[in-house]
Each structure stands twice: as C-alpha cells, then as structure tokens.
Design a protein around this ligand. Structure first.
Ligand code: XIL
Length: 385
C-alpha cells in the first residue's frame, strides 16, 4: 500500500479547526466564497478565489466536467451559475441509461438527454455519453428476454448502441460504451463480470459493443469505464490485472477502444481506498497501449469518517488531492469529471448515507453552493505542477 504521505501541495494543517462561518450559511454565494477562501490557511500554491476550475484545467490541456440531471438545469438556485462557471464538459448522470430510455422495449424516452445536450451546446460545453450498457441500470424486460432468448442478445445490444450513439452522432465527445464489465468477485478466471450479455453470448459482447459504437459515431472517443481501479487490497489488484488483460485482447483483435475511464469514487474512511503507486502503474500501462485516460466520476465521501465536520472535510479534500496527484501526472489524461458538484444533489445522499444521519459532504460545494476544502484541493491540484 503506497498511500503514504500527503502530496506536496496539500497542507495537512490547512483549515482544520479554523472559522467555518460560511459553510452552512445560506444564499449569498460570492460573500460566502470570500469567507470560505480566507478562512483557509493558504497552502503554498493557492489559486485566486475567483478562479474557474475549467480555466485551470484548460491550462493543462484538460476538460473539466461534471455529471448533471436535466431537472436541475431548470432550477432557479445557484446550480446553473456554478455549473457554467466551473465546468466545460457535461455527462448525463443517469438519464441516458438503457432502463431510463427504454423502460419498455422501444419506448425511446430521449427527451431528457436531449435537454442536457441542448443546454451544453447553448453554453459552449462538450458532452460525454454514459452509458449504453451498464448492468446496474438495465431494463427489467431485458433480463427476461436475454434469459429466455439468448440468441437475441447480439441484435439487442447492437440496436441499443446504434440507437443512442447514432442519434447523437457528432454531438458527443466520448461514450462510456460499457461500464464496470470487470468483477473479480464473480469468480471467472478472466475477471469479467457475469452480466446478462456475458451469460447470453460470452465475452464477445464487449467486442461487439465497441464495434457497434464506432459504426454509430465514428468521431466519438470510445471508453471502457471502470470503478475501484485505485483500490488497494487484492480486489484492486485483480481488477487492474483483469482490465489490462481485457484491453490487450481487445486491441489485438482490432476492437476500437480509445480510452479507459477511471471513475474515482473515493472512500477515505476505508484504509485501502487508494493505492497511489498501483494506480499510477496501471495508468502508465494503459497509456503504453496507446490509450487515453479520463477521470470520469470523481467524488470522495465522508461516509464512515468520524471527527468534526472540519476534520472530515479535510480528509475528503486530501482524498481528492492524493488521487489527482496521481492522475494529473499522466500525460495521457484528457479530462477530469466529478460526479455532481454540490452536496445538495449528490448520489451519496441515497447510496452511501452516514450512520449519524448527517448529509454526506463528498462533492466540491456544500448544499448552499459554498466552496469547500475539496474545491480548493482540486483547484490547487489543477493549478500546480
Ligand atoms: C449512479 C447515479 O449517480 C444515480 O443517480 C443512479 O440512480 C445510479 O447510478 N458508477 C457509475 C454511475 O458508473 O452510473 C453511477 O451513477 C454511480 C456509480
């Protein structure tokens, strides 16, 4: 485990126990930002308080993105101003998932994804697509159909990919063609997850998916998106190994994979949440295959963390910094996306609630859109080096 040490630019002492008058305050965004900024003990390289993350990223040749939901784009609160200020790349958080688009076969509810694309284009932002097939949000009817008629698998998968990637051809910068196809705990020697498509048609479903995506939108970057690639423990190592072997096989067969997405859902309460050395080595191997890297779903939950809110916020900020220290050092990196940006609308609230009932503080802004230590950690990481 090489989780040792805090990256150079992160001050361990920063801000713990200092004034947090604004953290839970409401409303006045700019005033709060100022207070929050000055309440931090300034680390060596501190960005101006009015810096925009997208500008800091652009100076490194990176896009800075986040996951959005269409309904929030219509809110009258600070969601849209903060979004357009800090980010230049959007990904639908879940509205492009198969279960949402085709809750019934062929129902084709694309309106909300269309809203996100229209918003992005109106605001000069790029778009990522997520995800034509993910076992976590596949329609119920699909399971039943694949179980009873596995011979329909190829057609179902290629139609789904052609349907969504073809519909938005030319408008989507990159597609997470498949999401989380590795699961060492499923017990296969190749480490592949036993998805419904794997059961129906074997590992070739992965080849087929990428070929279908290339045909549907030749200009889009095709991404294999995976989680827990940063983990220590044997599970992390097995996952990285399985993914590298899968990529080697795909590339040797001429399957059009362009990039690996490193999700980055960080859990600093767990000892082995980050093996920085192994993550860096993994990234170098991916890049050595000629592939691009993206951080696709970055956040860091305080679920399970004890201590004061300031201490927890600092642990969360440190997690962002440690992870970005590895990822920003990769020349093959093209983008960093966070999974939402305000604790007001984070999936953590539902999926990883704190035992004490307090809201999870895993994103860059609190519920009132006040910048937290994590925002400064990301800004400093982007500004440094
Ligand atoms: C989550 C969304 O945030 C939720 O809103 C949805 O209900 C379930 O999926 N890894 C992924 C994402 O690749 O698709 C997941 O998003 C979070 C974990």
């Amino acid at each position: 485990m090489s989780n040792s040490g805090v990256p150079r630019r992160v001050s361990r002492r920063s801000a713990i126990g200092t004034g947090l008058a604004c953290v839970s305050s409401i409303g006045v965004l700019s005033g709060c930002q100022d207070t929050a900024a000055t309440s931090l003990e300034q680390p060596a390289e501190t960005v101006p308080r009015d810096a925009r993350l997208r500008d800091l990223a652009a100076r490194r040749g990176l896009k800075l993105g986040t996951a959005v939901q269409s309904r929030y784009l219509a809110r009258q609160d600070n969601y849209v101003p903060v979004l357009t200020r800090d980010f230049d790349l959007l990904v639908p958080e879940y509205e492009a998932q198969w279960k949402i688009i085709d809750s019934r076969p062929g129902s084709g509810r694309y309106d909300n994804v269309g809203r996100i694309l229209d918003f992005a284009e109106a605001n000069d932002m790029a778009v990522r697509g997520h995800a034509p097939y993910w076992h976590g949000l596949q329609p119920d009817w699909l399971n039943a159909t694949l179980a009873s008629s596995p011979e329909r698998a190829e057609r179902l998968l290629s139609d789904r990919i052609a349907g969504i990637a073809g519909r938005y051809r030319g408008r989507v910068r990159s597609w997470d063609v498949l999401n989380e196809v590795i699961e060492p705990d499923d017990g296969r020697s190749d480490g592949l997850r036993r998805t419904a498509f794997l059961t129906a048609m074997g590992p070739g479903y992965i080849d087929l998916a990428f070929r279908a995506a290339r045909a549907a939108d030749p200009a889009a970057r095709l991404v294999l998106n995976e989680y827990r690639t940063e983990w220590a423990w044997p599970q992390g190592r097995k996952r990285r190994d399985a993914l590298l072997r899968l990529l080697e096989g795909l590339l040797s067969r001429g399957v059009p994979v362009d990039a690996v997405g490193v999700q980055g859902h960080l859990a600093p309460a767990l000892d082995g949440y980050l093996n920085a050395g192994a993550l860096g080595e993994f990234c170098r191997e991916v890049a050595g295959m000629g592939l691009t890297l993206s951080v696709t779903e970055l956040d860091a939950r305080d679920t399970g963390l004890r201590g004061s809110r300031a201490e927890r916020d600092q642990s969360v900020a440190d997690a962002y910094a440690r992870f970005l220290d590895v990822m920003l050092a990769q020349p093959a990196l093209d983008a960093v996306l966070t999974w939402g940006f305000s604790d007001r609308y984070s999936w953590f609230t539902k999926f990883f609630p704190r035992a004490d009932g307090q809201r999870v503080r895993g994103t860059l802004y609190d519920v009132d859109y006040v910048k937290k230590r994590s925002w400064f950690a990301v800004a400093n990481a982007l500004a440094g080096g």
